[in-house]
Design a protein around this ligand. Structure first.
Ligand code: HGY
Ligand code: MN
Ligand code: MN
Length: 435
């Protein structure tokens, strides 16, 4: 395989895939790179890429994707859970789902999620243009709202795909007062249908190519990752009630400073988690009220989340939250917290792990099996179909940041391997699929 990796400023050249692994002689890698840059430029104002779900930039990104899906010869539709699909019919109806998510965290990067959707699009287009109709059908999917949304829920589209959205979920409101049900309708979903998407459909599986968002591939000098399992997540909303007071006239000893109390709480959580192998904890949301320079903070509201591969996570997280509460009398503040979201840790399909690993080998790249501390739509989709994920390295493992970056050569290498995995799953009677 000829792979001329190039520096960032220039485009990655074509990759010559040797005959025996595919009827498709070359991959037009420029097309994927161009789409990644074009989609990455569709963003709200500010640093990095911001396409938070349901917002204007997200909708503009969806329009871009629908257009690219159509240009790629795919049949475009939105399912009742608000997921965008691009379908390539095979000789048989059984379908392989491949894709990712086009929403981002605020001020995030160009690759988290988008790499999954656009690499899948490129592969479906390449297969469609080859003139060799695949034995099985392919659907490229952009799952709605994979990131934590303004409704306090993540993986909304894949939850809906699995039939796990509830009437209570649809009544959730964002800070502007919009109901999730109305937002879902606004992006093309149908909140009157809450069951799984196409319950009678038979899926060959779901594959996603995603950036690793961590340091393991670089540390292990492996070019691509085969994901073995995805961490469970537990999230809590917490509230610290003190007393707003004049910053100039209130004696220090009489203050009930909610920010000082909340800061100690966050620091206690950090210290408690730091020593526990296989557990991570983050206070990532923190709002101070009234948030004025000359007012002692009266209230702090925030979110704490914990992640682990252990099924005991909910218990250990709850114990850490309780233990992290500072002594009440030292600060005179009242604390409250409630769990509002939880996902179980999920194992990836052993069969799809084998397909991914063998495809990486056939593409001439090296691979390592690794755990995902990041959550993904595969957690929800695993309730409907076997799931598998391939990781490609991102610079310094940085993600959820404007500094998120992937070298074009790494994208090219991942695309070549990913395409072989897809081909092996949608081609007739491929031994690997039978495993
Ligand atoms: O939060 C996560 O792990 C993912 O990026 N949504
Ligand atoms: Mn993310
Ligand atoms: Mn993601």
């Amino acid at each position: 395989m000829l792979l001329e990796s190039s520096i960032y400023e220039t485009r990655v050249s074509y990759i010559e895939i040797t005959e025996e692994c595919s009827p498709l002689r070359t991959l037009d890698h420029d097309r994927l790179w161009r789409r990644l840059m074009d989609l990455g430029a569709i963003s709200d104002a500010g640093e990095g890429t911001s396409r938070t779900s349901f917002g204007d930039a997200f909708q503009a990104g969806r329009e871009f994707l629908a257009e690219e899906f159509r240009d790629a010869g795919l049949r475009v539709f939105v399912d009742h859970a608000g997921n965008l699909h691009g379908r390539l019919d095979g000789r048989r109806a059984e379908t392989l789902l491949i894709g990712g998510h086009s929403d981002t965290v605020p001020n995030g990067g160009r690759f988290d999620g988008a790499l999954g959707v656009l690499s899948a699009l490129d592969i479906a287009q390449t297969i469609g243009e080859s003139g060799n109709q695949p034995e099985y059908s392919i659907e490229v999917i952009d799952f709605l709202a994979e990131e934590p949304s303004a409704f306090g829920l993540s993986c909304i589209g894949s939850r809906g795909f699995a039939g796990r959205l509830t009437p209570v979920d649809l009544e959730r409101r964002d800070p502007g007062g919009e109901r999730l049900g109305d937002a879902l309708r606004r992006v093309g979903g149908d909140p009157s249908q809450l069951g799984p998407v196409d319950p009678e459909r038979d899926f060959l599986g779901f594959l996603e190519l995603h950036i690793e968002q961590g340091p393991v591939l670089a540390e292990r000098s492996a070019s691509l990752g085969v994901v073995t399992d995805i961490a469970g997540i537990v999230r809590y909303r917490f509230r610290v009630e003190g007393a707003a007071a004049h910053a100039g006239t209130t004696p220090m000893a009489k203050r009930r400073d909610a920010l000082v109390a909340a800061g100690r709480f966050a620091s206690n959580i950090y210290e408690s988690v730091a020593g526990v192998q296989g557990l991570v904890g983050t206070v990532g949301q923190f709002a101070v009220f009234p948030n004025a320079a000359n007012v002692v903070p009266g209230r702090v509201e925030g979110v704490a989340e914990f992640r682990s591969a252990s099924r005991d996570l909910p218990n250990s997280a709850s114990a850490i939250m309780t233990a992290a509460l500072p002594e009440r009398d030292a600060l005179g503040c009242a604390f409250s917290f409630e769990e509002y979201m939880r996902t179980e840790p999920v194992g990836m399909s052993p069969r799809l792990q084998t397909v991914i690993r063998k495809s990486i080998e056939r593409s001439g790249a090296t691979s390592v099996a690794l755990f995902s501390g990041a959550g993904h739509d595969a957690v929800e989709v695993s309730r409907r179909a076997e799931v598998g994920m391939m990781f490609c390295p991102c610079r310094d493992g940085i993600s959820h940041s404007p500094a998120e970056w992937v070298e074009p050569g790494d994208v090219a290498r991942a695309l070549a391997a990913y395409r072989l995995a897809v081909l092996s799953l949608v081609s007739a009677d491929d031994v690997e699929r039978e495993e």
